[in-house]
Design a protein around this ligand. Structure first.
Ligand code: TYD
Length: 396
């Protein structure tokens, strides 16, 4: 049974940055109710309203993994690890985006799967074999008929964006060699609770995984976890290493039982923990609004940094408009001169000078705080301050 624990109100589609501001309507289905539930049986956290993938992932998807050094560094490290530990003859990435990871592999070793045509074009152009398609059983069969089986399948921040998880894992199991490895990484719900980062919820994040839920989910497809790594990316993620359950050649590391027992100790098996989280989110909203209003009363200027999908959830849930945040800055070319989803706040192409005469910077990309602080030393030296809502609304 799926029980509701969080209601983030009416929300626009994140990652849909309009060219000019217009008020969105519930009737025209431009806004949808963002409510989140916990399945007491499977322990899986999911959104109640699921937007069709063709609407979310189209030919104008703005997010590019290569936009941040933190991500490209993380992918580079991972590629070295995968080659050393698994030495794949054939490597498949589901959700290859602009090729931030696969660029570290040989062209004849890699199959890319990417539904957004603007992104698939990039890896195709670079010479990587790319399927511009959604991950499902049809595609898995198509790949199988051409390549037979694949040694290592990898997917970061993608599987949780696909509605039909059963089909996702069936399609993976269909393609993996007997000794094959599946590696997936996604934001960790434990980190989300600890950091009170309710902005991990937006239409694309249909599911937020925990080790508990992943273990149960993959079990049905004859797969099992054999290692888990903790990552700093995306506000705290877990990288799950998965093998076939009947493959006894690979040892199961104690990182798996450790993570699961930490999650159980924290209460991730019980609905009450989720309800508590839901209540804390309401307090976080009030505290953030209080903080922003106090600053605006002093006529000080606040801008946003990182026009993230996450920030879209915060702005719309807390009803923060251009009366509080003048504009956002972002390095992504496709977000330039667009508007934050659902709000009359313009996104400007990042330039250092846009931080001049700014008193406070709200961190839309709080997950890149280290990278941003390094870049904005001068702003900090001049007395500029940052605001974050993670884990509690405050000035840093
Ligand atoms: P990300 O946190 O991955 O976001 P999402 O919530 O959308 O999944 O995206 C980071 C965004 O922040 C991306 O649009 C690029 C932007 N950004 C900057 O503009 N400057 C920076 O220095 C960094 C690190 C990110």
């Amino acid at each position: 049974m799926i029980k509701k624990f969080l209601d983030l109100g009416y929300q626009p589609l994140a990652n849909k940055y309009l060219k000019s501001y217009k008020k969105l309507s519930i009737k025209k289905k431009e806004l949808y109710r963002l409510t989140v539930g916990f399945d007491t049986k499977t322990k899986l956290v999911s959104l109640f309203n699921k937007i069709p993938d063709k609407i979310m992932f189209d030919s104008n998807y703005p997010y590019k993994s290569s936009m941040s050094k933190t991500m490209t560094d993380s992918f580079k490290k991972l590629s070295v690890k995968i080659k050393k530990r698994f030495n794949p003859k054939l490597f498949l990435e589901i959700g290859s985006n602009d090729g931030a990871l696969i660029k570290n592999f040989n062209k004849n070793q890699v199959i890319c799967v990417e539904p957004c045509s603007n992104l698939a074009r990039i890896t195709k152009r670079k010479g990587y074999f790319t399927y511009n398609d959604y991950w499902n059983l049809n595609l898995s069969n198509k790949i199988k008929s051409k390549f037979n089986t694949v040694d290592v399948i990898y997917s970061a921040n993608t599987l949780t964006h696909i509605n039909n998880l059963n089909q996702v894992f069936k399609s993976i199991s269909n393609l993996l060699t007997q000794d094959g490895i599946l590696i997936i990484e996604d934001p960790s719900f434990l980190e989300c609770i600890k950091k009170l980062s309710y902005d991990q919820f937006y239409n694309e994040h249909i599911y937020i995984f925990s080790a508990l839920s992943v273990k149960k989910l993959i079990n049905e497809f004859g797969l099992e976890l054999f290692d888990i790594e903790k990552l700093d990316t995306h506000g705290g993620s877990l990288r799950y290493y998965i093998k076939r359950a009947n493959n006894n050649k690979i040892k199961i590391e104690n990182t798996v039982s450790k993570q699961i027992s930490t999650e159980l100790k924290f209460g991730l098996g019980n609905f009450s923990t989720y309800l508590k989280f839901g209540n804390s989110v309401k307090k976080s909203k009030n505290d953030l609004l209080k903080l922003l209003k106090t600053i605006k009363k002093k006529n000080q200027k606040i801008i946003g940094y990182g026009a993230t999908a996450k920030a879209s959830t915060v702005l719309n849930y807390c009803n923060i408009g251009n009366d509080m945040i003048d504009y956002f800055v972002d390095t992504t070319p496709d977000k330039k001169n667009r508007y934050m989803p659902g709000k009359n706040i313009k996104i400007k192409k990042y330039e250092k000078k846009l931080l001049n005469n700014v008193d406070y910077v709200y961190l839309g990309a709080w997950n890149f705080v280290k990278e941003i602080f390094k870049k904005e030393k001068k702003f900090i030296q001049k007395g500029g301050k940052f605001i974050t809502h993670v884990p509690t609304p405050r000035i840093i």
